[in-house]
Design a protein around this ligand. Structure first.
Ligand code: PEP
Ligand code: MG
Length: 603
């Protein structure tokens, strides 16, 4: 072997030892690997049965479905106890699939007609379901193929009598779980006290397991390629969930450096707690209120300790999604009043009217019709304007709650000026009605418009004349500007918050807002990335709204930079409009790290 070949081997070995992927949940951990191979021990027995065994097999099938339902319900409740927000409803989708009457009846048919054992019947039917979902154009439905797989695994385990214990990972020591991919069931079944982190070959920032890792505070790196092929249980791993790096069997130097970093991170993280309770502001004391994004499942009592200074986005659609029906005006009034009352004096809640459709579809369809392209269909404000009774009831409820606290109203997905006119008109009708009925409400309630469609940013000046504030919904603004489905993993890398087109639209919205004396917030997920938060503040954004559990980190980062630094960053970025989005992001990140080197160590 010549020296070149030696070098090539070393490089290859090194590449396998130090692997990079997507940093999906911050934090640093060191510990032994636990290699989890889903399905390796799960040989599905498939055989023909005699007619007299049919009854017994059907009974086993029914029992396994019932047990699976109980287990998923338990997981769902467990999850709701542990986290707030969208992530808590992951298992609702599983239950929907499990409760689909054709799933069980088709399995039964295979047993009765084809004389197959229950396991074989489930497997065959599941394969058909998965391939149907897989072939669908709709990425949301395609993702359901993974959910089907998750449920089927559980049914098969229950059939085999291994039971629910086996569906939790059996982990006997604190470890970093390494897997090809983790399903939501597997991720939630992780015994949290034993799991230091997880690292998977596949997955994206938005996959269920990543959402759960963030919500549970478990450091995680996904999309590592072939990590699980190179690691065996017991190998020592260094996992950096902040930069998306995993080192396998580090040498003593790497290990010492990492330990130092972990210690520093711990000290800094402790100091975060104090900063959390201070009002959000830059180093040169420019106030930047940090608001929370919440929905009806959020523990309101915890908002204060999370450092929230109000609620920038209250997603009302979860009231519909949880019950799978429209809540009555009374129920809505009660829910909105509860939030209004929960906030300390001086803090406001922006109640966003119904944003159903797109990624937020009711389980049974219900009041929404299935559409070929729901993200571009009759969703959100469009739906409300076509269903004035629903809109009317909701507006009355929001107004009634406004008598009990500082309530604001937020219109989602506004695309045209006449939508805003129509919404305001409906609001005035409700106000007149309440007044005539002698029901109290805030007559000068503030009205906000979500800027989440490029068209809205482009006509922001006109919109600003008919409302009191803007809230930029980057989740949708990025999707609609870049034509990238926000829930499609395949195109996740094209979903770029620093794409110059997105930034120019935000600039337009901020300029129009300020020219008309409006304040503007960002309430999309990107607001919770300290790098983007700094850039937004530099671009003139007045407030940031995010998941409560992310406030402390971003607040701390922003308290370390001056407004002048942020503005200089935004100015530099404005000169980079011909630069690819990832380079703009890297530039912003470097600037922030230069100013706040601690950030690398914060969890
Ligand atoms: C957004 O689009 O950025 C937003 C905050 O709204 P949602 O995520 O609820 O669509
Ligand atoms: Mg949106």
């Amino acid at each position: 072997m010549n020296s070149d070949t030696h070098a090539a081997c070393d490089t290859a070995r090194d590449e396998m030892r130090v692997m990079t992927g997507l940093a999906v949940s911050r934090g640093f951990v060191m510990g032994p690997a636990f290699l989890y191979r889903a399905g390796s021990s799960e040989q599905v027995p498939e055989y023909r049965i005699e007619p007299e065994q049919v009854e017994h097999e059907v009974a086993r099938l029914v029992d396994a479905f019932a047990l699976t339902r109980t287990q998923i319900n338990t997981l769902a409740q467990e999850l709701k106890k542990r986290i707030n927000g969208d992530e808590a409803s992951i298992f609702d989708g599983h239950l929907m699939i499990l409760d689909d009457p054709t799933l069980q009846s088709t399995c039964k048919e295979k047993i009765v007609k084809d004389l197959r054992n229950a396991e074989a019947a489930v497997k065959q039917v599941a394969d058909t379901y998965s391939s149907i979902f897989d072939a669908m154009d709709d990425s949301y439905l395609r993702e359901r193929a993974q959910d089907v797989g998750d449920i089927v695994k559980r049914i098969l385990r229950n059939l085999s009598g291994v039971g629910s214990d086996a569906s939790a990972l059996r982990v006997e020591y604190p470890c970093i779980v390494v897997a090809d991919e983790l399903s939501p069931s597997e991720a939630i079944s992780l015994p949290k006290h034993q799991i230091l982190g997880f690292a998977t070959d596949r997955g994206s920032t938005t996959s269920h397991a990543s959402l759960l890792a963030r919500a549970l505070g478990i450091p995680a790196v996904v999309g590592l390629g072939a990590l699980s092929a190179h690691v065996k249980s017991g190998d020592l791993l260094l996992l950096d969930g902040t930069r998306g790096k995993v080192v396998v069997n580090p040498d003593s130097e790497e290990r010492a450096a990492f330990e130092k970093m972990m210690a520093r991170s711990r000290t800094l993280t402790e100091s975060l707690e104090q900063a959390t309770m201070q009002p959000g502001r830059t180093l040169d004391v420019r106030p930047v209120p940090f608001l929370a994004n919440v929905d009806s499942s959020t523990a309101l009592a915890d908002l204060h300790t999370a450092g929230a200074e109000g609620i920038g986005l209250y997603r009302t659609e979860y009231l519909w999604l949880q019950e799978d029906r429209e809540p009555s005006e009374e129920e809505q009034t009660q829910a909105y009043t509860e939030v209004a009352r929960a906030l300390p004096d001086g803090q406001a809640v922006a109640i966003r009217v119904l944003d159903l459709g797109g990624d937020k579809m009711p389980k049974s369809g219900g009041i929404m019709h299935r559409e070929a392209n729901p993200f571009l269909g009759n969703r959100s404000i469009r739906f409300l304007l076509r269903n004035p009774d629903v809109f009317h009831r909701q507006l009355r409820a929001v107004l009634r709650a406004s008598a009990h606290g500082n309530v604001q109203i937020l219109y989602p997905m506004v695309t045209t000026i006449d939508e805003l006119h129509a919404a305001n008109m409906e609001l005035h009708t409700c106000m007149a009605e309440l007044k005539a009925q002698g029901i109290p409400f805030d007559e000068s309630i503030q009205r906000g418009v979500m800027i989440e469609v490029p068209a809205a940013a482009l006509i922001a000046d006109a919109l600003a004349k008919e409302c009191e504030f803007f809230s930029i919904g980057t989740n949708d603004l990025i999707q609609y500007t870049l034509a990238v489905d926000r829930v499609n993993e395949t195109v996740a890398r094209l979903y770029q918050p620093t794409h110059p087109a997105v930034l120019q639209l935000i600039d337009l919205a901020v300029t129009a807002a300020h020219a008309n004396g409006l304040r503007v917030s960002v309430c999309g997920e990107t607001a919770a990335d300290p790098v983007m938060a700094m850039l937004f503040i530099g671009m003139g954004v007045d407030e940031l709204s995010m998941s409560p559990n992310l406030i402390r980190l971003v607040k701390r980062a922003i308290s370390q930079i001056s407004f002048a630094d942020a503005k200089a960053l935004a100015d530099s970025v404005r000169r980079m409009m011909g630069t690819p989005a990832d380079q703009i992001y890297a530039f912003c990140r470097n600037q922030l790290i230069k100013l706040v080197p601690d950030l690398l160590y914060l969890q």
